[in-house]
Structure formats: structure tokens, C-alpha cells
Design a binder for this molecule. Structure first.
Ligand SMILES: Cc1cc2nc3c(=O)[nH]c(=O)nc-3n(C[C@H](O)[C@H](O)[C@H](O)COP(=O)(O)OP(=O)(O)OC[C@H]3O[C@@H](n4cnc5c(N)ncnc54)[C@H](O)[C@@H]3O)c2cc1C
Length: 344
């Protein structure tokens, strides 16, 4: 591939978005014979509404030094029943998302074949070789990677529908909490999470917009906070939209990674690992290397199973039976291991 020109109006690869997907993509293209431009709209790219939970699979991208709570078991509550996952080795840890992404960006800025634009927003994709920034500048590319999250402009250009849209509301509460908890309720088509970090706790819930408005989701979360004695007044509330409508990741010379591709799981809300793997695989594909494609295929097939199971949670009538059965499943050691393999 050609080295970049001095005018910088054309790059071999433009990556839009410096989240997990975008950074993984750029880091995989590091020191290759490609000119790369990373465009990120926000100086606060490292901050995003997220519970910052990780499972074992995330350890291949996120090192221990970013962990804020080590791996611990998760207690699942349903009506008056409880079940524990990961009793022996733990199931979930939390990490410092902001620290991880800031560190990643520092390393990216040192790469010789990569230019970085932070504070530049891609307003539209003109055609399959040119995009426009919101200040009117145009830049050309051979390959474009849309790693620009749930409201991806690259996805819009590809004219892919986005059917599964949810809203998540979350409080960051300035108290410590000893355990990871998930709360399932028969009247709620998702779950409430309590994820402890070193000096604070993230408490949240998600719901499909077609079923529950953001205001309703917030009221539900406020009631949950009160019921569990978390102080609302001193907690910070945030909300975000999410999509999990996957329609492919490679569209000729244009790729979609992470949330832009809808790779997040609707059932679990986990998306960081899928973002990192898809960014990496796309970069390798651009370099002509298909050796890691199987990792992404595995994520997609697990996602299909999890999204299928989510159909039971969405359904008012089936939900109670699904949750009850699920509690039995996780109490059985062999079946619990299978569940861990699926969500991990
Ligand atoms: C409440 C909540 C809790 C979550 N908890 C977890 C969890 O515990 N564990 C887990 O694995 N996942 C979790 N997720 C999901 C996870 O946060 C996402 O799947 C992950 O961040 C996706 O990474 P990404 O790089 O694809 O997208 P993003 O992190 O959204 O990054 C996209 C980047 O693109 C930039 N951008 C967007 N548009 C443009 C543009 N036009 N021009 C330039 N730049 C642009 C954005 O500023 C952003 O920096 C959670 C999500 C939510 C909402």
C-alpha cells in the first residue's frame, strides 16, 4: 500500500471513533505499510456511560492494572431466590475504562503511520472514497472503518436498518458495595445491575425503547435505588442509547466495528470484547490476513444464540418461566459452566 501523501487529504485507512473498536483497529494497523487517520469527535472520548464490567475474555485486551475490582462471583436475584455464578474463580471484574482508553490513545499518538484528529466530527460519508468533516473539509480513503458507536454515521451511509434500540440508565453512586449483583424481575424486560468499583458503585438498567420510555426506565431505576438504600441525591445519573442489530461487518471497502455494527449482546449488554475483536479482525482483513476471522465468527454465533434467548425475556408471558428456569440452570454446576462459556 502507498505511504501517505504530504497533503494528508488521502489515507489508506480512515477509522472513525476512538473507542474500543477504533483503537483496536488502529493498533493492529500500527507500523504497517498503510497510512491511517483516526478521527474522534470528542476530547472526552474515554468517558462513556458504561458499567465497566469485564469477564475473562476481556483480559486478552484489558490488562490487570486497569482493574478496579478483581474477579468475583455474581449473585443473581429473582423474586425471593438467589443463585451465584463463578463461586470458585469469580465471574466479573470491573475496570477503569477511561484510564484504559486514555493510555491507548497516548500509545496511538506515537505511531509513525497514524495521524490522529480529536475534536473532529465526521458529518457524512459522501461516497465510497470520501468523507466530510463538520467543518466542511473532505478527506479521501481506500478503506473506511466505522467504529463510531450506536449512532454511527458510517452505518447510516450504508443504509442499514437499526431495529433493536434500547436505552440504558445508570447511576454512579459514591459508596462502595461488596458484591456484583444482577436483579431479574418478572415485570421488567431486562435486568438491574450493581457493579462495584474501588470507591464507587455503578447501578443501572436497560430497556428497549419500544417497550419502555427513558423516563419510565429512570423511574424504575430510582425505585430500585431506594429499595436497596443507595443514595440518589449524591449519585450521578447518565443515560445512553444502544443498538444490537447486527447486519454484517464488511461492505466492500467499508467496515463496521463494535456498537456501530450492532455487535453488542441484547441479552447481556456486553459489548467491549466484541468491539475489540471486530476492530482487530477488520484491520487484519485490510492487511490481507484472515487468520483471526474465526474469533469474530464465534462472537456472532454466540450473539445469535443470546439474542434468540432475549426473545424470551422480551415476552411478558414467557419471561417468568425463562427467569425461573435460568435460576435452576445456574444452580447446576455443569449447566452454569455452559452458561459462562456462552456469555464469556
Ligand atoms: C449503560 C451501559 C453499560 C454498559 N456496560 C458494559 C459492561 O459492563 N461491559 C461491556 O463489555 N460492555 C458494556 N456496555 C457496552 C459497551 O460500552 C460498548 O459495547 C462499547 O463501548 C462499544 O465500543 P465501540 O468502540 O464500538 O463504541 P463507543 O465506545 O461508543 O465509541 C465510539 C466512538 O466514536 C466516536 N464518534 C461517534 N460518532 C462520531 C463521528 N461522527 N465522528 C467522529 N467520532 C465519532 C464517539 O465519540 C466514541 O468515542 C455498556 C453500555 C452501556 C450503555
Amino acid at each position: 500500500m502507498s505511504r501517505r501523501t504530504s497533503t494528508q487529504e488521502r489515507y489508506n485507512v480512515i477509522v472513525v471513533g476512538a473507542g474500543f473498536a477504533g483503537q483496536s483497529c488502529v493498533r493492529t494497523l500500527a507500523n504497517s505499510d498503510t497510512s491511517v487517520l483516526l478521527i474522534e469527535q470528542s476530547a472526552n472520548f474515554h468517558r462513556k456511560v458504561c458499567a465497566e464490567g469485564m469477564t475473562r475474555q476481556d483480559c486478552s485486551f484489558i490488562s490487570d492494572r486497569f482493574m478496579t475490582t478483581p474477579f468475583k462471583p455474581v449473585t443473581i436475584h429473582h423474586n425471593s431466590h438467589t443463585a451465584i455464578i463463578g463461586k470458585t474463580h469469580g465471574a466479573i471484574a470491573t475496570f477503569d475504562r477511561s484510564g484504559f482508553l486514555r493510555q491507548g490513545m497516548e500509545e496511538i499518538r506515537k505511531l509513525k503511520n497514524v495521524d490522529v484528529m480529536v475534536g473532529a466530527c465526521v458529518s457524512d460519508i459522501i461516497d465510497r472514497s470520501t468523507l466530510r468533516l463538520s467543518d466542511g473539509r473532505t478527506i479521501s480513503f481506500d478503506y473506511l472503518v466505522g467504529a463510531d458507536g450506536a449512532r454511527s454515521v458510517v452505518r447510516q451511509f450504508l443504509d442499514l436498518p437499526v431495529k433493536n434500540t434500547a436505552v440504558a440508565v445508570q447511576y454512579t453512586c459514591p459508596v462502595t458495595h461488596p458484591d456484583f449483583e444482577l436483579h431479574l424481575r418478572d415485570d421488567f424486560e431486562s435486568y438491574f445491575w450493581i457493579f462495584p468499583h474501588r470507591s464507587y458503585t455503578k447501578i443501572g438498567c436497560g430497556a428497549e425503547i419500544s417497550v419502555r420510555s427513558p423516563q419510565q426506565a429512570r423511574r424504575d431505576l430510582d425505585n430500585f435505588m431506594k429499595m436497596h438504600n443507595f443514595p440518589i441525591e449524591t449519585s450521578t445519573l447518565e443515560a445512553a442509547t444502544l443498538t444490537f442489530d447486527y447486519r454484517g461487518y464488511a461492505f466492500g471497502n467499508i467496515y463496521l466495528a463494535g456498537d456501530a455494527a450492532g455487535l453488542m449482546s441484547g441479552l447481556t449488554g456486553k459489548g467491549i470484547y466484541a468491539a475489540c475483536v471486530s476492530g482487530t479482525v477488520i484491520a487484519r482483513n485490510i492487511l490481507g490476513d484472515r487468520s483471526q476471522d474465526h474469533l469474530l465468527r464465534k462472537i456472532i454465533s454466540k450473539k445469535r444464540i443470546l439474542d434468540g434467548l432475549y426473545g424470551f425475556v422480551r415476552n411478558k408471558v414467557l419471561r417468568r418461566a425463562f427467569f425461573t428456569l435460568g435460576m435452576h440452570v445456574v444452580r447446576n454446576r455443569t449447566l452454569a459452566r455452559a452458561v459462562m462459556r456462552l456469555v464469556n
